[in-house]
Design a binder for this molecule. Structure first.
Ligand SMILES: [Mg+2]
Length: 229
């Protein structure tokens, strides 16, 4: 190990596509429920309220879609729609992994010089399945699947792995979950935006930019790291 820096990677929409499948599922739901006005907002409000019960992930999302379907059925629940929503969820869970461009080459290169940790939040079984199917496990020293990515979670992970926050970089597509909490505990947050990011992950962009780095692509990370030395 030539460098004591440790790099954490978010997974969904940082290493592989994720939000696009939620988006497509939501479109299918909307087609089945043309009578719901402003369906995107309806779904978002139900999902947001349900996070404290279900956490993040496909199962919670599908339960929220079922709730929306029933709530807007005027007491005439369409069981065909219920059946179709369950099918939408199962298709999402069986979805093949689509790695984002240049992910594999970048991880291969970085894993030769740095210790890499994958830190992802969501449903344990689904995240485990994606991690295994991705074929990326060999580049990581460890994988952490957590239910929330806040300052406390990161502190616990760093403590467990004996890492000082100042040596820790976290790479991800969410300012709220990947970048700002790590910066706030003394690490560096590296923000790589994805064109689709869930509304719940959006933050007010007025935070100060100390130890926050924005890169256009994951491959730009190699160059940026080289320039730090
Ligand atoms: Mg993400």
């Amino acid at each position: 190990m030539s460098n004591k820096q440790i790099i954490g990677f978010d997974a969904d929409d940082t290493l592989w596509e994720n939000e696009v499948f939620f988006h497509k599922a939501q479109m299918k739901f909307i087609e089945l429920h043309p009578h719901i006005k402003d369906p995107e907002e309806v779904i978002f409000q139900i999902e947001k309220k349900n996070i404290k019960f279900y956490g993040y992930g496909i199962k919670g999302f599908i339960l929220s879609l079922l709730e929306a379907s029933v709530r807007f059925s005027n007491n005439k629940t369409d069981f065909q729609n219920i059946d179709k929503i369950i099918k939408i969820g199962k298709d999402m869970l069986a979805q093949t992994i689509q790695l984002l461009p240049e992910v594999e080459e970048t991880l291969r290169h970085l894993s030769e010089h740095y210790m890499l940790i994958m830190i992802t939040k969501g449903d344990l079984l689904d995240q485990q399945r994606k991690v295994e199917k991705s074929g990326l496990l060999k580049y990581f020293s460890s994988t952490e699947i957590v239910s929330e990515k806040d300052e406390q979670t990161y502190l616990e992970i760093l403590e467990k792995n004996n890492i000082s926050p100042k040596d820790f970089l976290m790479v991800g597509n969410s300012l709220k979950s990947d970048v700002l909490p790590v910066r706030n505990i003394g690490g560096t947050g590296i923000y790589i935006p994805h064109k689709l990011t869930w509304k719940h992950e959006e933050v007010d962009r007025t935070f100060d930019l100390e130890r926050v780095v924005e890169l256009k692509t994951i491959s730009a990370l190699k160059v940026w790291l080289k320039n730090q030395i």
